[in-house]
Design a protein around this ligand. Sequence first.
Ligand SMILES: Cc1ncc(COP(=O)(O)O)c(C=O)c1O
Length: 399
Amino acid sequence: MLHELEQLPADPILGLSAACRADPNPEKVDLTLGVYKDEQGACPVFKAVQLAQRQLVEEEGTKVYMAAVGDDDFNVGIQRLTLGVDSSVLAEGRVSSIQTPGGCGALRIGAELVHTAAPQARVWVSDPTWPVHIPLLGSVGLEFRNYRYYDPVTRGVNFEAMMDDLRGAGSHDVVLLHGCCHNPCGADLGMQQWAEVAALAERQGFIPFIDFAYQGMGDGLEADAQGLRLLVSRLPEVIVAASCSKNLGLYRERTGAAIFVCRDAANATAILSQSQAAARRIYSMPPAHGALLAGRVLSDAHLGSVWRSELSTMCQRIHRLRRCLREALEKQSQRNFAFIEREKGMFSFLGLTPEQTRRLREEFSVYMLDSSRINVAGVNAENIDYVAQSVTRVLAATQ
Ligand SMILES: Cc1ncc(COP(=O)(O)O)c(C=O)c1O
């Protein structure tokens, strides 16, 4: 039976990163994967996580299964981190969450519950969105609709078009929103726009499903959560898929949470049982290590403050890199790259054609996605001029 299955093409993102690793050019630059890299090009372990890990190794007495819902400290910590320590929905007991294998696991559990509640539900996704959203949510059986989002001419959000499209979303639909640091375009909604989305959701009855994979990487932990919190303060139901991959650097530990803001406390309890049943039918119990570390960092005042300051340094570096990249590209090319500095998080579309990105790979060993999405954190003091020169030369050669 298995012999009938055909070889699939390499994953578009992972495949390009592998091609870069195999490239012998010492000047090669990998701007493909969405992982944070420091000045040395390494994706570091947070000091706070290392400290928590030392404690855990000392104290851990068992490797028995986690509860299906995951670690309590982690669940409490991640709810407070996303919704705010003085959140009224937390005080009212309207929230339940389940620890998941990464943000992907959270997206999947959210989709499972949506499908259980309304098999005919449609998921509205931004155009463009993170490509993994489609197989991850679609394989549950949900259908998709696109809403217009990024405008390549203004290099910002086409909010009018977005709202026009979302007027087609109804009370059996969910609207997938990027909570901050939009992947792939880096263009985020402003607070006035979040308020208009909340008003539209109130009128149309759709549920926001917020992918929150980059809290703390845009303007800081609190600032990045403002849009999400505004929706939560106004709407009866919101789903959040939180990830600790980037902001705690726990990528391979697969640490995330599906958080459900429910109509009332009784419904939150019901939803928790549904989440556990959904987890049971996919993977049973979540992995322990990452959530035990995150739970410690989020619940311990000292570890928490070490972590917050590390994350803030990281966030400031991304801002600095955006400014430097803009300046380097403008100096080389005499074109306007101001959008790079306006955007949030690690991603930006450089506005190149797939042909230009291919030439960058083949002639300069500068790797980015065909869409020209780059990971700004792949740039550093050593390679920034080379990246800017290479982009400028490809732009000049293909006018
Ligand atoms: C937009 C978006 N959502 C969710 C995730 C999921 O992250 P993870 O499953 O690694 O926590 C990512 C990771 O790159 C992402 O970019």
